[in-house]
Ligand binder design. Structure first.
Ligand code: FAD
Length: 426
C-alpha cells in the first residue's frame, strides 16, 4: 500500500544512512524529521582518526553528491578514489549534506529517541491487524534541555546503528566476572585502568598512555586489526610497548586470524589484515589461542588483572584492554513495537534471514535481497543501515544505499523507483 506525499517520516539517527535516507525522502516530497542524540554522524566521529578502506565513491551517493554540488559548485567534493578518514568523511561530505536546502532545518541534534510505539495500541494488541496499519507511529525524544516530547509520524525509520551498545567480552558473549559492575560507557574517559570497547586514537591523542605499556586486544574483526596496527606502529618507535592478542579459536584452526579474501577488491583492507597476521607470527604480537576472558579486576597499581576461562592460560596483568568484540545496537527503543527480531543477529527477522549465509563472508559479496524483506512485523516501521545487520558486523555504507532504494520503492509503491539513477536536475 503506497504512502503518498506529503506524509511524515521520522528518521532515528543522523548517521551516514539516516542522512542518506532523509535526502532521498525529501527529494520525493516527504516531510522528514531526523533525530540525532549527539552531533551529526556522532558514531563516525568516535572513530574519526581511522582511514576508511572503501574509497569516497563507495561512501557517498550520487544523489547526495549532486545535491551538494548543485548548492556549492565552487567547493569541490573529495576525489572519487580518495580514502578519507572518518573525520574527513564527516567534514567533507556528511556535514555538507545536512546543509543542502532539502535537509536544512530537518535535523534535531542533541535529541535522543527514547521510545517508539503505535498511537492507540499496545504491543500486545491487534497482531497483524489492518487497523494497526492505519495508526500513526509515536516517537518520544529528549532534547538537550532535558525536555521530553511526543511526536506523531506516518512512518518511522530506525537508523541508530550499533556502535552505541558494544557486546560483552566474556565467554559465550556473556559479561566476564566483574564486567557488569563497570560503567562501560565511561571506562576510557574516567576510569583507570582503561578499558575501551572502541578505537581510541593510539597514535596521537592517547600516544603517551600506550607507549611502553602492555595492552591486551580482544577480537578478530577489522576494529581489532586497526587497533593492533596502531599499536604496532607505536611499538616500532617505542620498543617496550607490549601487545597481547587474545583470540577465541584454537591454534590448530587453519585460518587467517584477520580474514583475508582472494583478490580483495579493497586493497587497504587486505593490507591491514596481512600486516597484523604477519606480526602475529613473528613475535611482535603475542597471541593467546582459545582465550576467553573469565574475569577482570582493576588492581591497586592501576593495571587490570585478567583471568582466562581456559585455566591452562595463565592470568595476565595488563595496563589497558581493547575489547573489540562487536556491537549490538540499542533495541530498548523498539520494545513497545511488534518488531520481530532474529534470535541470532538481533536484527529484524526477515532481513536477517537474507543475511544468514553471508554473515561471516566478505561484506562486498552479499546475496541479492528483495525490498519485501525490509518490511517488518510492525506496520510502517523499518530498520535500515548497520542496525539492520544487528550483531553481524559485515555492513558497508553501500549496502545501506541499496536498502534506501528498495525501501522507498515499497513506501511509494513504485517498483522501479531509483533516484540514484536519476540526475538531480530532471
Ligand atoms: C572503525 C570503523 C571503520 C569502518 N570503515 C568502513 C568503511 O571503510 N566503509 C564502509 O562502508 N563502512 C565502514 N564502517 C561501517 C560504518 O559504520 C558504516 O558504513 C556507517 O557508519 C553506518 O552508518 P549508519 O548510519 O548505519 O550507523 P551509525 O554510523 O552508527 O549512525 C547511527 C547514528 O544514530 C545516532 N543514534 C544512536 N542512538 C540514537 C537515539 N536513541 N536517538 C537519536 N540518535 C541516535 C548515533 O549518534 C549515530 O549518529 C566502519 C565502521 C567502523 C567502526
Amino acid at each position: 500500500m503506497a504512502i503518498d506525499t506529503p506524509a511524515t517520516i521520522a528518521i532515528l539517527g543522523a548517521g551516514p544512512i539516516g542522512l542518506e535516507a532523509a535526502i532521498y525522502a525529501r527529494f520525493l516530497g516527504y516531510e522528514v524529521t531526523v533525530y540525532e542524540k549527539g552531533r551529526v554522524a556522532d558514531h563516525v566521529r568516535q572513530w574519526g582518526h581511522v582511514t576508511l578502506f572503501t574509497p569516497f565513491h563507495m561512501n557517498s551517493s550520487s544523489l547526495g553528491r549532486s545535491a551538494i554540488e548543485t548548492q556549492a559548485p565552487d567547493a569541490p567534493l573529495p576525489k572519487s578514489d580518495a580514502h578519507l578518514t572518518g573525520q574527513q568523511w564527516v567534514e567533507e561530505y556528511l556535514t555538507r549534506l545536512t546543509q543542502v536546502d532539502l535537509l536544512r532545518g530537518n535535523i534535531r541534534e542533541a535529541t535522543e529517541v527514547l521510545a517508539v510505539g503505535k498511537e492507540g495500541f499496545l504491543k500486545s494488541e491487534l497482531v497483524s491487524h489492518e487497523e494497526r496499519f492505519e495508526e500513526l507511529q509515536l516517537v518520544l525524544a529528549r532534547n538537550a534541555a532535558g525536555e521530553e516530547q511526543w511526536q506523531q509520524f506516518d512512518i518511522v525509520i530506525d537508523t541508530t546503528g550499533t556502535f552505541g551498545v558494544p557486546n560483552h567480552l566474556g565467554p559465550g558473549g556473556l559479561p566476564a566476572a566483574g564486567e557488569s559492575s563497570l560503567n562501560r560507557d565511561q571506562l576510557w574517559a574516567h576510569q583507570s585502568p582503561p578499558l575501551s570497547f572502541r578505537l581510541p586514537n593510539i597514535e596521537s591523542e592517547h600516544r603517551d598512555f600506550f607507549a611502553g605499556k602492555h595492552t591486551l586486544v580482544l577480537g578478530t574483526g577489522y576494529s581489532a586489526a586497526t587497533n593492533l596496527s596502531e599499536l604496532l606502529k607505536l611499538q616500532s618507535k617505542e620498543g617496550s610497548t607490549t601487545i597481547t592478542w587474545a583470540v577465541r579459536h584454537s591454534e590448530a584452526t587453519e585460518r587467517d586470524l584477520i580474514a583475508r579474501f582472494p583478490d580483495d577488491a579493497l586493497p587497504r583492507r587486505d593490507l591491514l589484515a596481512s600486516e597484523v597476521n604477519h606480526a602475529a607470527t613473528d613475535g611482535r604480537i603475542q597471541v593467546l589461542f582459545n582465550a576467553q576472558i573469565k574475569g577482570l579486576a582493576p588492581m591497586q597499581n592501576g593495571r587490570w588483572d585478567v583471568q582466562f576461562y581456559d585455566e591452562a592460560i595463565e592470568a595476565l596483568q595488563v595496563d589497558a584492554i581493547l575489547a573489540n568484540v562487536g556491537f549490538q545496537g540499542d533495541w530498548k527503543i523498539t520494545e513497545e513495537t511488534q518488531l520481530h527480531r532474529c534470535y541470532a543477529s538481533g536484527g529484524p527477522m526477515k532481513w536477517s534471514a537474507t543475511l544468514v549465509n553471508s554473515s561471516t563472508a566478505d561484506c562486498l559479496s552479499k546475496t541479492s535481497q528483495s525490498s519485501e524483506n525490509l518490511i517488518t512485523t510492525e506496520p510502517n516501521f523499518y530498520v535500515l543501515g548497520s542496525k539492520s545487520h544487528g550483531r553481524w558486523s559485515n555492513f558497508l555504507f553501500q549496502n545501506g544505499l541499496e536498502q534506501i532504494r528498495m525501501l522507498f520503492s515499497v513506501i511509494a509503491d513504485r517498483t522501479n523507483l531509483n533516484l540514484y539513477q536519476t540526475p538531480l536536475s530532471s
